[in-house]
Design a protein around this ligand. Structure first.
Ligand code: NAP
Length: 361
């Protein structure tokens, strides 16, 4: 006989498969088990579409009666774009509901559990809670702070360089690390870079060969220097938003608008205001953002304490040269005690590169 952890892990794996597709909704998976047999399985696929529990119930049909349901997040009780899941679970005759973690959304928190219990359903909470919490870090962050979750990625040499003095940066890391970066991009709702990375690398910022929704490309460009022939403006592979300051070039603005691009003007005097960019993205249902830029944009995010997580791949090579850019430019701190330090850090190897995953408070 398989145990509860076994079935919950299947529900978690189902939820995880939809990373980057459900924003601003959480990732949720559900499994229905009757006499040791899985009779229903589902995941939340997209905001506005049925929740994981409903997909699983539809598959189980009559077999849901007296069955156990494993669900990675507390079932909802509110009438959003779809009906409340608690109602559907109660009506289906499910006998026991096992929940990995509570929903922090004030519309749901604890209410889902109480309603199920009031209806005489046995409820157990906390199975695989850590994994389930980890799965929805960006969602929890958005609910708690009203800001998208920001992951900063950089590929650096042993001496912290992100390109040579002649701005050559392809490729510092190996194929395995680059494959991982593709996954990071796919899991994000938006990718932010600076105009210099567009000018120097003509970065396309898309996930190649993906059938999933591409992240929105966000270019920080305070005066609108972006070349009109840039790949991100001509390849039609994903939506592109150019974010500028009050000192933008009017002629270029008119050209971009005429071509149908979205130019977001922030109140920044000479630099695009990144707080306003994140707020604008949140309004567009963006839950997680990947900053994949040079040292100047990365420094702006780090100095403003807007980075939640940094994923740094360090390749075993030395670039050198005082004009070669590093991953953290900006003003720099004057004293060591002012240095930015992550709250925790994990190390692992990806091919021949060292991966450092840092979390900031
Ligand atoms: N190894 C890697 O992982 C990696 C990743 C990306 C890029 N790169 C390399 O990085 C190099 C470029 O570095 P970079 O630092 O110049 O590029 P960047 O950070 O991508 O772009 C910098 C530009 O962004 C604009 N910007 C707009 N708003 C900003 C804000 N709030 N804060 C900071 N900048 C803002 C500024 O130009 P305006 O003032 O004109 O707006 C600034 O000069 C290239 O050689 C590229 O190959 C490496």
């Amino acid at each position: 006989m398989k145990d509860d952890v076994f079935y919950m892990k299947i529900a978690i794996a189902n939820a995880k498969a939809m990373k980057g597709q459900t924003s601003p909704n959480p990732l949720v998976g559900a499994v229905i088990v009757q006499g040791g047999e899985i009779v229903g399985i589902g995941a939340h696929l997209k905001a506005g579409e049925p929740h994981a529990e409903i997909h699983a119930l539809q598959m189980a049909g009559e077999k849901a009666k007296d069955a156990d349901m494993y669900v990675t997040l507390e079932p909802c009780t509110h009438h959003g774009k779809t009906g409340p899941c608690t109602e559907a679970i109660i009506n289906s005759g499910i006998k026991r509901v096992l929940i990995a973690t509570q929903d922090p959304n004030p519309l749901v928190a604890g209410k889902g559990v109480s309603l199920l219990k009031q209806a005489g359903i046995e409820v157990e909470e906390g199975i695989c809670k850590r994994e389930a919490d980890r799965l929805n870090v960006p969602f929890f962050h958005l609910i708690q702070t009203d800001f998208p979750y920001v992951i900063l990625k950089s590929a650096i040499s042993l001496d912290g360089k992100i390109a040579t003095a002649r701005q050559e940066s392809k490729w510092i890391t190996g194929t395995e690390a680059r494959e991982e970066v593709k996954r990071l991009r796919q899991e994000a709702d938006a990718v932010i870079t600076g105009v210099e990375t567009i000018i120097q690398d003509d970065a396309g910022l898309i996930v190649k060969d993906s059938i999933m929704t591409q992240p929105i490309r966000v270019i920080l460009d305070s005066t609108l220097r972006i070349p009109l022939h840039a790949k991100c403006l001509t390849d039609h592979m994903a939506e592109t938003i150019i974010c500028t300051s009050r000192t933008y070039d009017q002629k270029k603005y008119d050209q971009l608008i005429q071509k149908g691009f979205h130019v977001f003007i922030t109140s920044g005097e000479h630099r695009t205001d990144i707080h306003e960019v994140l707020k604008m993205l949140k309004e567009r249902s963006v839950m997680s953002v990947l900053v994949e830029a040079g040292g100047n944009v990365s420094a702006s995010f780090l100095e403003a304490s807007l980075v939640n997580e940094a994923v740094i791949y360090m390749a075993p090579l030395l670039i050198g040269g005082k004009h070669a850019p590093t991953f953290f430019e900006g003003e720099g701190v004057k004293k060591l005690k002012e240095a930015i330090r992550p709250a925790d850090i994990e190390y692992s190897m990806v091919g021949k590169d060292l991966k450092m995953t840092m979390r900031f408070q």
